[in-house]
Design a protein around this ligand. Sequence first.
Ligand code: PKZ
Length: 123
Amino acid sequence: MEGGPALRTIAMPADTNPNGDIFGGWLLSQMDLAGGVAALRRAGGRVATVGIEAMTFHKPVYVGDEVSCFAHVEKVGRTSIRVRVETWVRRQRSAGDAIKVTEGVFTYVAIGEDRQPREVPPE
Ligand SMILES: CCCCCCCCCCCCCCCC(=O)SCCNC(=O)CCNC(=O)[C@H](O)C(C)(C)COP(=O)(O)OP(=O)(O)OC[C@H]1O[C@@H](n2cnc3c(N)ncnc32)[C@H](O)[C@@H]1OP(=O)(O)O
């Protein structure tokens, strides 16, 4: 994906599942935040996540991995914004290339102060 990550963090021991690898729910929330930042910028204000599709976990994430979520706005509807989000990691103590670990499509709805859908403004 073009440009820098919408979010970058380090996977910590507190984020693990009972197997000792990083919990999928934690990754999903990082992706939601990354997609939310892209949607919020495009919407010019508050957004809410309404749907998640095509979510795939390709590879595990380990404690100490540098986790980068990239977000790309794919489609803008009347009130909704579809954002493709990919997560790539660099392994701790590894000089290898970044590895794509997850991807998914997140849909956000632009909402107003009343939490009701509002039109996405023109670009
Ligand atoms: C400047 C940078 C600074 C950065 C620094 C700050 C960083 C800060 C980051 C914050 C990032 C937050 C990212 C987390 C955001 C949450 O965590 S939100 C919490 C979880 N989500 C919720 O609680 C939402 C609960 N749902 C709702 O409240 C209502 O469903 C909503 C969202 C208001 C929508 O209301 P509705 O009556 O269902 O809407 P409806 O008119 O039927 O549909 C609206 C649009 O959604 C589409 N849609 C509806 N359902 C679906 C579905 N399942 N799938 C796909 N599309 C759907 C419709 O087709 C329609 O699209 P358009 O044709 O208008 O384009």
